[in-house]
Design a protein around this ligand. Structure first.
Ligand SMILES: Nc1ncnc2c1ncn2[C@@H]1O[C@H](COP(=O)(O)OP(=O)(O)OP(=O)(O)O)[C@@H](O)[C@H]1O
Ligand SMILES: [Mg+2]
Length: 330
């Protein structure tokens, strides 16, 4: 089986009747970074927990690394790594001690753990801190240590549940780089969840937007953004209102408006249409002052698909995460 993950009609109903995952189907290619994007309670962690064999589905089927969830769980556990949403590293141990503990759970020898651990710690820039107690780590350092722990047995498929939850913008961007390197250097498939639009947009090859347990759309970030309204090309002229322009034959033209010296043209793909729009303007004697290409954001996509914004929930989540971290340190 050449797909890294296959999920068909997956459903999870918790005791008490909460439908957390509702008829979800998707496939993840090998070597892909595939993202589940959705707000609090969308069913992201539940899906990860099923795929990593931590909880059974109510119905439907799933294959991970070619193995069937429920039938070949031991094989799946060896083939995957998991960095859970609730961090697992022990505060009262050092980074290295946590790594040894994790490696020994997979039956690795001390020397194997040492060798792999050194390489991974260097990759995420944590060599210096590895002998310190985890309780002295920053949020970003903890996340990097968890990444090393999830990778110590060289899994084929890595599951990351909200890998940058509660981190500041710069630390998040650094982690994205580490995740990209993990994928390219270890030729790994990565399944991750997030409720950060920018994270899904910049890091994932493909995204499934999930809300209330259902997948609303799947595609590359570009494809998803194209679903809403297409690109907007805004051109300003130097010499007056471009009323004479003819936009017949512009590829992917949807509509346009003219406001003073500005023409706003909505098209399917900005790159394809922009040269033709400029040509039409120039052929009618208009000179160009500026050209701007505005792409729809994932935020707009989410709003269109679900009728809600993800933002307020994002803020709440960050607060609850901080409270949780404080308790852990408490
Ligand atoms: N053990 C459980 N028992 C009952 N309901 C649960 C359980 N775990 C999760 N749920 C419910 O299932 C739904 C999906 O939860 P899940 O944790 O999968 O969402 P999520 O997308 O990971 O959310 P978050 O962004 O907050 O991590 C929610 O309504 C949640 O309250
Ligand atoms: Mg979750």
């Amino acid at each position: 089986m050449d797909k890294a993950i296959i999920v068909r009609n997956l459903r999870k109903v918790y005791e008490g009747g909460v439908v957390a995952v509702d008829d979800v189907s998707f496939e993840v290619e090998r070597g892909e970074i595939f993202g589940f994007l959705g707000p609090n309670g969308a069913g992201k962690t539940t899906t990860i927990n099923i795929l990593t064999t931590l909880i059974p589905p109510t119905s439907g089927e799933a294959y991970v690394g070619g193995y069937k969830v429920g039938d070949q769980d031991d094989k799946i556990r060896k083939a995957i790594g998991l960095v859970p949403q609730e961090l697992t590293a022990d505060d009262e141990l050092t980074g290295w001690e946590n790594i040894y503990l994790q490696g020994s759970l997979y039956g690795l020898s001390r020397s194997e753990i040492r060798r792999e651990g050194e390489e991974l710690l260097e990759m995420v820039g944590l060599e210096e801190a590895a002998d310190r107690l985890v309780r002295t780590y920053s949020g970003g350092m903890r996340r990097r240590l968890e990444l090393v722990m999830g990778l110590i047995h060289k899994p084929d498929i890595l599951f990351l549940d909200e890998p940058t939850l509660g981190l500041d913008v710069q630390t998040r961007a650094q982690l994205w780089n580490h995740i990209r390197r993990v994928r390219s250097e270890y030729d790994m498939t990565i399944f991750m969840t997030t409720h950060y639009m920018d994270e899904a947009d910049k890091l994932c090859d493909r995204i499934a937007i999930i809300d209330h347990g259902r997948i609303k759309a799947i595609g590359t970030p570009e494809e998803l953004k194209r679903m809403v309204e297409g690109d907007l090309v805004i051109i300003r002229t130097v010499n007056g209102s471009p009323l004479e322009v003819s936009l017949d034959g512009i590829p992917g033209l949807k509509d346009y408006t003219i406001d003073g010296s500005e023409i706003r043209v909505r098209v399917e793909e900005g790159e394809k249409a922009t040269p033709a729009i400029i040509e039409s303007l120039v052929s009618k004697g208009y000179r160009i002052r500026s050209v701007e290409l505005v792409r729809p954001s994932l935020e707009q996509v989410f709003l269109t698909l679900t009728g809600r914004s993800i933002r307020e929930e994002e803020a709440l989540d960050t607060i609850s995460y901080r409270v949780m971290m404080r308790r852990r340190r408490g």
